[in-house]
Design a protein around this ligand. Sequence first.
Ligand code: PNS
Length: 164
Amino acid sequence: MTRAIYPGSFDPVTFGHLDIIRRSSAIVDELIVGVLNNRCKDPLFTVMERVRMLETVTKEFPNVKVTSFSGLLIDFATETGANLIVRGLRAITDFEYELQMSQTNHIMKPGIDTIFFTTSLEYAYLSSSTVKEVAMYGGDISHFVPESVMDAMNEKFQQKEELS
Ligand code: PNS
């Protein structure tokens, strides 16, 4: 049984992430999307909001589960009995960080490997931070995220505007 973890911040999930989820879930028995609950970063969405958004947009994949985690990724992978970590590579700029992360994780737990999917060309430019920036200034993000995520983002920025 191959159980893989696809970890990330997913703040918010984009079509690029969904592309990796679709392709990686097709080659493993179970894919766990792990949403990092990171106290150091200042996310737009709470971890529960990010988990719910991911659950909505991954409904069509029967072997995909979404859960949050905190602490070290490798500990989360060990606890869940995963034998693979999945990451997407968009460009050469991703490479150094990803290589360092996968090698560090492999030293800590040699039984768990990281596999990389090169992002489909149509999503190679896409990142959650650019999506947030475009949305913050009222731009159209329909090319970047599913409709349910777009609605959640509009609602979030509306709330922020009301509070300020
Ligand atoms: O979507 P992101 O922000 O690029 O995902 C980064 C993530 C969550 C995979 C990475 O920050 C991570 O694994 N964090 C957990 C803490 C950890 O294990 N750090 C050591 C990695 S070598």
